[in-house]
Each structure stands twice: as structure tokens, then as C-alpha cells.
Design a protein. Structure first.
Length: 257
């Protein structure tokens, strides 16, 4: 809210995009969800949002590091859960020519393919099979994309790309182990946005997820997670006209390890 005040945000005049992880990254998940729903913010789902939904559907237990218990106990819990389940994994604005995802995109996908694969999973999240997806969501495999992937393996790969991706190996496999900075990354780890054959290199993309990366603009990708929850900064990027970055300092959240 301090950041929105700093940039003089007006819900009547401005459109707020949020790059995901509305919950579980601070002590006020319920207030964030209610605010985003109230102003009809444009959001994409992140890995913590999907984890919250899995807990809300009794697929996995509430964890020691989870911070969304007040959402689970809220009187409007069901409406918030349903609202989240109907949020997209990818948002593309054809006027601004900007695409938003939480984590990243597979290099084999052009924009149309990425939109189609996002919709595959969105249909499941909005339908009667969502709980079965949450049961099969967790895991790092398959590591490589193939059009022949099917079933839960296909949806798990799609989910991992949109909500968990950081690196590919030099052999083209998605790598989920290293989460640190680029400077300290092993030589065989390539950031998803620097994979040479990435088909979306011509697209402008905004994303979050990678807090150790900080704000970074490279290869047409604006990475906006600047580590607020760890005591870093919270970042906003004005998207119409010349992209302009705004940041506020964040006190470290003692509730998060």
C-alpha cells in the first residue's frame, strides 16, 4: 500500500498488474487477496498461490512456513478460493504488447503456444478435476518439454514453467535445484530468459518469482521480484509509454524464515 501511495495509484484511472504469489510471502495474505479482488487487479498465479489452493482443497497439510491461516479461516474463504482458481497463468495485453507470467516460459514455446498451454491448465483449475491436479502437482519431473506429454505429467510441466522456473541446464532440462544469484550459478545453468533458442525473445515479458535476481531487465524481460519479503524492495513498473521503475524499501518479515 505504501508503494501504491508512492506512485499515486488510482483504481479509477489505473490498472494494477500483480505477478503472482499474493499469499504466503508476508503476514497479510488475506488483506492482499481482498484488495486485489476488490479493485479487479490483473494477476497471474504463482507457485505459492497454487500451494495455498492445494491446502485449501485438503490435498496437503498446512506447513510450518505457511502464513495464510487467516485466509483459511476467513468467512469469505470460499469466494477467495474460487476467485483465485479463475485467475490466469499468463496475461497478454495486445495493446501494450506486454505479457505477464509469474516465473517464466519454456524456450520451445512461442507466445501463441504459451497462451494455449496456459489455457490447458486454467481449464482444469476452473473445473471439477482441480483437486486431482493439486494431488499430482508437486514434483520436478518431467524436466523436458515434448508435445507428446499427456495427463498429469503434461500439466505438471506446464505448471512448473509458469510458476517455478528459473534455469535450464545446458542439455535443455528444467533445473529446479539452484535458486541463487546469476553470479554464483553453476556454469551449466542458463537463466530461462537467456536460452539462445527461446522463441519469445521478441516479446516484452514481466515476471516475478526470482527474489535473488532482484529487479533486472535483460533480453526483453523485466524481472520484478526484488526481495521485499527478505528485507529488500518492492517494485512497480509503469508499463504504458517508457517503462519506469518505482521501488520502496521493505522491513524484513520476521514471520518468514
Amino acid at each position: 500500500m505504501r508503494l501504491l501511495e508512492y506512485i499515486s495509484f488510482s483504481p479509477k484511472q489505473d490498472r494494477l498488474w500483480l505477478v503472482g504469489d499474493l499469499v504466503n510471502r508476508g503476514p497479510s495474505s488475506l488483506a492482499v487477496l481482498r484488495f486485489a479482488q476488490k479493485i479487479d487487479a490483473e494477476i497471474v498465479l504463482g507457485n505459492h498461490d497454487l500451494h495455498f489452493l492445494a491446502v485449501a482443497h485438503d490435498v496437503v497439510p498446512y506447513g510450518r512456513k505457511d502464513t495464510f491461516e487467516e485466509v483459511l479461516r476467513a468467512p469469505d474463504r470460499d469466494s477467495l478460493v474460487e476467485w483465485l482458481c479463475h485467475r490466469p497463468l499468463l496475461h497478454h495485453d495486445p495493446v501494450l504488447q506486454i505479457t505477464m507470467v509469474h516465473a517464466g516460459l519454456a524456450p520451445q514455446w512461442d507466445l501463441a503456444e504459451a497462451q494455449a498451454h496456459a489455457q490447458e491448465l486454467e481449464v482444469v483449475l476452473r473445473g471439477p478435476d482441480r483437486k486431482e491436479f493439486f494431488k499430482n502437482m508437486y514434483g520436478d519431473e518431467p524436466e523436458c518439454w515434448s508435445n507428446h506429454l499427456s495427463g498429469w505429467e503434461r500439466l505438471r510441466f506446464i505448471s512448473n514453467v509458469f510458476t517455478r522456473l528459473r534455469f535450464f541446464t545446458s542439455e535443455g532440462a528444467m533445473d529446479m535445484e539452484y535458486k541463487g544469484t546469476l553470479d554464483n550459478a553453476p556454469l551449466d545453468k542458463i537463466p530461462w530468459f537467456l536460452v539462445a533458442e527461446r522463441k519469445t525473445q521478441g516479446e516484452t515479458i514481466v515476471c516475478g518469482h526470482w527474489s535473488t535476481l532482484g529487479y533486472r531487465f535483460q533480453s526483453n524481460v523485466h524481472s520484478l521480484d526484488s526481495g521485499c519479503v527478505w528485507g529488500g524492495k518492492l517494485s512497480a513498473l509503469r508499463l504504458d509509454g517508457t517503462p519506469t521503475l518505482y521501488q520502496v524499501d521493505c522491513p524484513k518479515c520476521a514471520e518468514i524464515e
